[in-house]
Design a protein around this ligand. Structure first.
Ligand code: FES
Length: 144
């Protein structure tokens, strides 16, 4: 066994040698992906389906339609998000509606055809889940 003072003096060179083995010189300074990506951020959304609250977890960045379909919520999405129907129509609470990006003209045209249109209606396929929407409630008009 080596004497303790020797180990203290040798520690920096041992650390350097081991870091060379883990990270070869060719990769020094280059961007290296982490071995594991951080868990995708998830929030909680409540869908009001046929008057009943259904609480689901939603991954940030997915559309409301995708989240609904993953959780077997009765939100049809007949055109699969190409804005050729209004079957993904959802109604937002005012506070969450107010911070959404403005709808494109095509979305407004489709919303005009939606059943049960309100002032806070949007197409679920056009709205991406954002961290600020954690805890929001969405009503599905005419469900049930
Ligand atoms: Fe058709 Fe959203 S799924 S407009």
């Amino acid at each position: 066994m080596l004497p303790f003072p020797f180990l203290l003096r040798a520690a920096p060179s041992i650390a350097r040698a081991s870091s060379w083995r883990l990270r070869p010189p060719a990769l020094a300074g280059s961007r290296v992906r982490p071995l594991c990506a951080p868990a995708a951020e998830r929030i909680t959304i409540t869908f009001v389906e046929a008057g009943e609250d259904v609480v689901v977890e939603a991954q940030v960045g997915k559309s409301i339609l995708e989240v609904a379909q993953e959780n077997e919520i009765d939100l049809e999405g007949a055109c699969d998000g190409s804005m050729a129907c209004s079957t993904c129509h959802v109604v937002f609470e005012q506070k969450h509606f107010d911070v959404l990006p403005k709808p494109e003209e095509e979305e407004e045209d489709m919303l005009d055809l939606a059943f049960g249109l309100t002032d806070t209606s949007r197409l679920g396929c056009q709205i991406k889940v954002a961290p600020s929407q954690d805890g929001m409630k969405l009503i599905i008009p005419g469900s049930g």
